[in-house]
Design a protein around this ligand. Structure first.
Ligand code: ATP
Ligand code: MG
Length: 577
């Protein structure tokens, strides 16, 4: 492909709204183009890389026995009403009506659609197991679309859904997807970790997230370098510390003027922060209507609340839970901002972290301005409605498996695999008939890869100050031939001969024949990030070219034939990833 013919738009300056390298570089190198916030189009180079990622995904999914189909983006509300998700999905779902006022959404995910198609087509155990997938555009009206392809409102996802007879079958399907994902992300050149992930109110060890390590990721992972524990912080279990035995004191209300934080009250009372109870005030909105209910979450003063664990314990849609409006909550429950505690609070659900169970001689707010209680004993002085692990595991906390201090890292969630069980097949009546003519709900799994987000994640991990450094497997072209002086007959002839030779060997070539200063062409070559650059300049008359790898290493002067042979060998060694 001649660059002079190409619809290409590299841009010198970084766009103002782009904050992270992948976003800046993909825009500057002309891979993507923004339409409106969170909605991007793909230009020729971006489209080529996108198709290569899709090919890798397709090869690995097919190899794992999944079959590709393509479902519509538009989905009728009725199917979501059947599964029970129409009401609970929240404002991320893009809802629309047709001319007859029938409700639809632009699919944010496809569990309902796949369950529906399978229940219509499959009736016998003989037709199982089954795994169907698609590579398709998804719509989510994200609260904070940002970072370009990383969190967009329209994006491409590979989503697969497996259907099995039983849990044992699901375990096999799940493992196949887990292994296929490992191959996909390895082939894309990502440094990633599969970690245990949150699986919602269902709980259990039912999900893994594939996280590409990156400082700009929005996932926090915690892991142990001494054992195999690795999980998202949302999911990570916490080993409770047991309070050493002590004699219970009497409950006493004490004056603690101006001590609105846990630290200040503990300092004022000279109490160990491990002997304090932190109260977090939350409100839950009604799905329909303006009503509010209130929640008091209690954890030890030195711990941090894990919102995901709390939402799972409440078993309500995430978007309905927010920090409480203190005035409103106070009017209903009697809480007092900065001095809230469980004793005497009313008309409010109290959820307590498991570590507080059985604790004695604690400090907590007295629901009265400038007052706290001391000598608080759980069970004697207050009781919670629910007791669960609510803690966020942080750097240095004990590993839930081996007890040694954990480490933390940030990453980008590029994929997730999930055991659904009968969450959809039961309400939607997706059943099969067994050998004894008995019907059972199918046991399902779902598996997503953010195809466009993967592209951003690769750039995040593979770039330098000058631009992108594509791994061979997903580079838009393998070789960039730069003609130093456009129109020079010897340079042009040698460059075109090289191009032909490389293309005959299946190597994809970009030929920069533009009438631009060489510096401009080299800058663009670095920005775009083609793995191999061959420069044809002054020594073309002697058949000599310059050979350089974008990933680094010296520039070498070589006879054209040798440069071609090296390029072909390298491309063949690395093109599959
Ligand atoms: P996140 O927590 O980042 O919002 P999610 O848990 O909502 O992700 P899934 O529903 O599991 O994501 O979707 C499968 C995959 O689709 C994710 O692993 C991610 O790679 C990708 N993805 C999800 N939301 C977006 C988005 N807004 N933009 C780009 N890719 C996305
Ligand atoms: Mg999301």
């Amino acid at each position: 492909m001649k660059v002079s013919d190409m619809f290409i738009t590299t841009v010198r300056a970084g766009p103002a709204e782009a904050e992270i390298p992948s976003h800046i570089l993909l825009l500057r190198a002309g891979f993507i183009k923004k339409l409106v916030s969170g909605i991007y189009g793909f230009l020729p180079l971006g489209n080529r890389t996108l198709k290569k990622i899709e090919t890798i995904v397709r090869e690995e999914m097919d190899g794992a026995g999944a079959q590709e189909i393509l479902m519509s983006a538009l989905q009728p509300a009725e199917l979501w009403q059947e599964s029970g998700r129409w009401g609970v999905y929240g404002p991320e779902m893009w809802r629309i009506k047709d001319r007859n006022q029938r409700e639809f959404c632009l699919g944010p995910t496809h569990e309902e659609i796949f369950t529906d198609i399978v229940r219509q087509a499959v009736s016998s155990y003989r037709q199982l197991p089954l795994n169907l997938y698609q590579i398709q555009t998804k719509y989510r009206d994200e609260a904070r679309p940002r970072f370009g392809l990383m969190r967009s409102r329209e994006f491409i996802m590979k989503d697969a859904y497996s259907f099995d007879r039983d849990e044992a079958g699901l375990d096999i399907s799940y493992k196949k997807m887990y292994d296929a994902y490992t191959r996909v992300f390895t082939r894309c050149g990502l440094d990633f970790r599969p970690v245990e992930a949150d699986s919602g109110a269902i709980g259990g060890n039912n999900s893994h997230e594939f996280t590409a390590l990156s400082e700009f990721g929005e996932s926090n992972i915690v892991y142990c370098s001494e054992c195999d524990f690795a999980a998202t912080d949302e999911r990570a279990e916490f080993k409770d510390e047991v309070q050493s035995p002590e004699e219970a004191m009497e409950l006493e209300k004490v004056l603690t003027p101006g001590t609105k934080t846990i630290e200040s009250v503990c300092a004022y009372l000279k109490a160990d922060i491990k002997h304090s109870i932190k109260a977090i005030l939350l409100q839950v909105a009604e799905e329909e209507g303006d009503g509010l209910s209130f929640v008091l979450a209690l954890i030890r003063g030195d711990r941090q609340l894990n919102m995901t664990k709390l939402i799972n314990a409440l078993d309500v849609p995430e978007y309905l839970v927010t920090m409480a409006d203190e005035e409103k909550m106070s009017a209903v429950t009697g809480c007092v901002g900065g001095f809230t505690g469980p004793i005497g609070i009313h008309d409010c659900k109290v959820i307590m972290d498991s570590e507080l169970k059985g604790t004695v001689n604690m400090v907590c707010g007295a629901n009265e301005k400038d007052h706290h209680y001391t000598g608080v004993c759980e069970g004697r002085d207050f009781k919670a409605d629910k007791v669960v692990d609510l803690k966020l595991l942080r750097e240095g906390d004990p590993c839930p498996h081996c007890g040694r201090p954990v480490k933390t890292a940030r990453g980008i969630e590029v994929g997730q695999v999930f055991k659904l069980g009968t969450k959809y097949s039961e309400p939607m009546n997706c059943v099969y008939r067994d050998e004894n003519q008995v019907d059972h709900p199918m046991v399902m799994g779902c598996y997503g890869i953010g195809v466009t987000r993967t592209m951003a994640a690769v750039v995040e991990q593979h770039h330098d100050d000058n631009g992108i450094i594509w791994p061979m497997s997903i580079a838009p072209y393998h070789v960039d031939i730069v003609i130093v002086k456009a129109g020079d007959p010897e340079q042009t002839a040698l460059a075109e001969e090289l191009e032909k030779k490389l293309e005959a060997a299946g190597v994809e070539v970009l030929l920069d024949d533009r009438d631009e200063r060489p510096g401009v062409k080299f800058k663009d070559a670095d920005l775009i990030g083609i793995p191999i650059r061959i420069t044809v300049g002054k020594k073309a008359a002697e058949g000599i070219v310059e050979y350089k790898l974008r990933r680094g290493g010296d520039m070498e002067e070589l006879p054209a034939a040798e440069a071609a042979a090296r390029a072909i060998a390298l491309v063949n060694a690395e093109r599959r990833g």
